[in-house]
Design a protein around this ligand. Sequence first.
Ligand code: NI
Length: 255
Amino acid sequence: MNGIFDSHAHYDDERFDADRNELLERIHREGVEYIMTIGADLPTSYAARELAERYDFVYFAAGIHPEQAGDAPENYLEELKALAAHPKCRAIGEIGLDYYWAENPPKERQMELFRRQVLLAKELGLPVIIHDREAHADTLELLRELRPAGVLHCFSGSAEMAKEVAALGMYLGFTGAITFKNARKAPQAAAVVPADRLLIETDCPYMAPEPYRGKRCDSSMLPRVAERLAEIRGGTPEEITASTCRNAKRLFGIG
Ligand code: NI
């Protein structure tokens, strides 16, 4: 399948250390036209920038993930601003809220970084890439208040929430998790997202789709996600691939 846009990947991850370059070159040859590789703190944001500098088909996002909120240096906003000045930095992310780990770092700290980074993105005219794990109500409240452009990645909310997020003008990203046999909510949500708000992503090295579940994920597995979305929504996998590529290019200002 050609013309695939992987809108959320972590190719700086150490699980790619042994074969990163060969892998990226191969998946690009095999039809992955664009990759958005994403930082989760400052070091990984710099590593993402390095990949974007090496490959013309790779773009990057810089941000502090909620799990790293406790370790962010005091000057993190200045550092992110400097990273965002790079021509291939097309989003602030990933940022957001993660209440799965018993709210550690504390909610207040997560919310402070989330809010500040959303405001930074708005100031810079960039979209945000949002991580929301078991924090739907607080995430929605902030989106309603600040109205950023961006994507809720690895969407895990209800169909009702999906409709509201799309109505706020945001995009929704779906990973290999929608192919899992026990997936319930994500397919219901994926069914109601307007076609011009839908994105596909790997979140690699995590979230490998069936039949690769549990293995190291990479962008060459994205056709499985497109196939599953086509089953849920109707149409063909090729149509899903083409429309999600157009959507990601629009969101990230590419082409
Ligand atoms: Ni991620």
